[in-house]
Design a protein around this ligand. Structure first.
Ligand code: SF4
Ligand code: SF4
Length: 364
C-alpha cells in the first residue's frame, strides 16, 4: 500500500509549530493511538550538543512526547549510541531534561533479543538491544543527515540503532565493501523492528561528510510517513540528482517503495515544490561519486587511486582510541601518539570518521 508522505516547512525549533504539524499529519494519515505503550527512537549517535545537529533535537522530541502523553500513552525513549551510554548521549543532546520533565522511561538497548526474519539479505538472525514486541507502537524520529558510507541517513538507517553498540561493527564486517549488501541488512533490521510511524527532524541537519563531522545546515523541513522507505525516497527526490542511494535502490528493487508521492501539509497547502528550496545548497559526501561507482571486485591498485580514504589529523587526535574499537576490520592500530591506519585492511566504511569525537578523521 502506498503511504502518504507529508512535509512541512519550519525554520525554528518551536514546540508549538512542530506539534501543530505532527498533529495535522496524524489526522491526515489516520494514525490513532490512545493509552498505548510507545517507544520513541531518536538518533542518539554520540554525545553532541543540539546545535551540532548530530542527534535529534530535544524540542522535536518534546513535541512528539507531549502529543503521545496527551493521548494517555506511556512513553519510553531509547537508542544504542555508537560507543557511549544512552544516558550520556541523552544528557549531552539536551533530551535528558525532557525525559525528566515529562517522566519518560529510558531504554538503553542493552538487552540481547534474538529475532529471525526471512528478508532480502542473506542473513536471518538479528540480535537487537530492545524487543520491539514489548511496545504497541515504535515511533522512529531520525535526524536528516548525509552519510559518507550510505549517502544519507534517514528513517531506514535510524533503525540500525536497535543493534547493540559494538555489535554494529559485526554487520559492517559481514558487508565489507558491498554497500548494497549492507543496505539489504539495514532493510531487514527495519522490517524486524517495524516502526509504525517515522517523523523526520530536518529543521537543522547535516550535509557534507556526515553523519557526525559534516556541515550543519538549517534545512527547515519536517516529514512524516508510516513507511520510512517512502519518506527516505521523497527526501532523495527533494534533494535532487545524486549518486546511487543504496537503501532506496535496494528498496525499489524489492518493491518496498511504490512511487514518489508527497504532499506539503504545513504551512502551505499541497505545494511540495516549496520543500525543494530547503535543499538548494545541499552538499553530498565526497565519497558519493567515487566509492559507489566502483565495482566491489575492482583491482586494489585502482582502488588506491579512486576510493576515498580516512586520514587522521595528528594535530587534532587526542589518542582516545575510539577509532580502534569501532573499526570492524581492526585496520587501526595504536602506534604511539596517533593511531595508524592499515589501508590494505580498510574497507572504507568510515565508521572511524563517524565516531571520532575530536573530528580528527577526514576523508581524502
Ligand atoms: S577516535 Fe579520533 S581522537 Fe580518538 S584516537 Fe582515533 S583519531 Fe584520535
Ligand atoms: S579504518 Fe576506518 S574506514 Fe577503514 S575499515 Fe576501519 S573504520 Fe572503516
Amino acid at each position: 500500500m502506498l503511504e502518504k508522505v507529508l512535509a512541512g516547512v519550519c525554520d525554528t525549533y518551536d514546540v508549538k509549530k512542530i506539534k501543530e504539524f505532527i498533529e495535522k499529519c496524524l489526522n491526515e494519515i489516520n494514525f490513532k493511538v490512545t493509552k498505548s505503550k510507545i517507544l520513541l527512537k531518536p538518533n542518539l549517535l554520540s554525545s553532541k550538543t543540539p546545535e551540532k545537529a548530530v542527534t535529534t533535537h530535544p524540542i522535536f522530541v518534546q513535541a512528539i512526547s507531549e502529543i503521545f502523553l496527551d493521548l494517555s500513552c506511556s512513553v519510553s525513549i531509547g537508542d544504542s549510541p555508537g560507543y557511549e551510554s544512552t544516558e550520556k548521549v541523552l544528557m549531552q543532546s539536551g533530551i535528558m531534561s525532557i525525559v525528566k520533565s515529562h517522566n519518560l522511561k529510558i531504554r538503553s538497548f542493552d538487552r540481547r533479543i534474538i529475532k529471525y526474519i526471512k528478508g532480502i539479505s542473506p542473513y536471518s538472525k538479528f540480535t537487537l538491544g530492545e524487543d520491539p514486541d514489548d511496545y504497541d507502537f515504535i515511533i522512529n524520529i531520525p535526524k536528516l543527515k548525509s552519510h559518507s558510507m550510505m549517502g544519507l541517513t534517514l528513517g531506514v538507517k535510524n533503525m540500525f540503532g536497535f543493534i547493540p553498540s559494538f555489535e554494529k561493527a559485526k554487520w559492517h564486517l559481514k558487508a565489507g565493501k558491498d554497500r548494497m549488501l549492507f543496505a539489504s541488512v539495514l532493510i531487514d533490521i527495519y522490517n524486524v523492528v517495524k516502526p509504525s510511524l517515522t517523523i523526520l527532524d530536518g529543521i537543522s541537519g547535516m550535509d557534507g561528510d556526515g553523519p557526525s563531522n559534516g556541515r550543519v545546515n538549517n534545512f527547515g523541513i519536517m516529514l512524516t510517513c508510516k513507511s520510512s522507505f517512502e519518506l527516505d525516497y521523497v527526501i532523495e527526490k527533494l534533494i535532487g540528482p545524486s549518486g546511487p542511494m543504496p537503501i532506496s535502490d535496494m528498496a525499489l528493487k524489492h518493491n518496498l517503495i511504490k512511487k514518489y508521492s508527497a504532499r506539503c501539509v504545513y504551512p502551505f497547502s499541497n505545494d511540495i515544490d516549496i520543500c525543494k528550496k530547503c535543499f538548494v545548497d545541499f552538499k553530498f559526501p565526497k565519497t558519493i561519486n567515487t566509492d559507489w561507482r566502483l565495482p566491489v571486485f575492482i583491482k586494489s591498485t585502482l582502488r588506491k587511486i579512486f576510493i576515498k580514504r580516512p586520514k587522521i589529523n595528528k594535530n587534532r587526535c587526542k589518542n582516545c582510541q575510539i577509532c580502534l574499537n569501532v573499526c570492524p576490520v581492526k585496520a587501526i592500530s595504536n602506534s604511539g601518539i596517533t593511531p595508524n591506519i592499515n589501508y590494505k585492511k580498510c574497507i572504507s566504511c568510515y565508521c572511524c570518521q563517524e565516531m571520532c569525537p575530536e573530528s580528527a578523521i577526514t576523508i581524502l
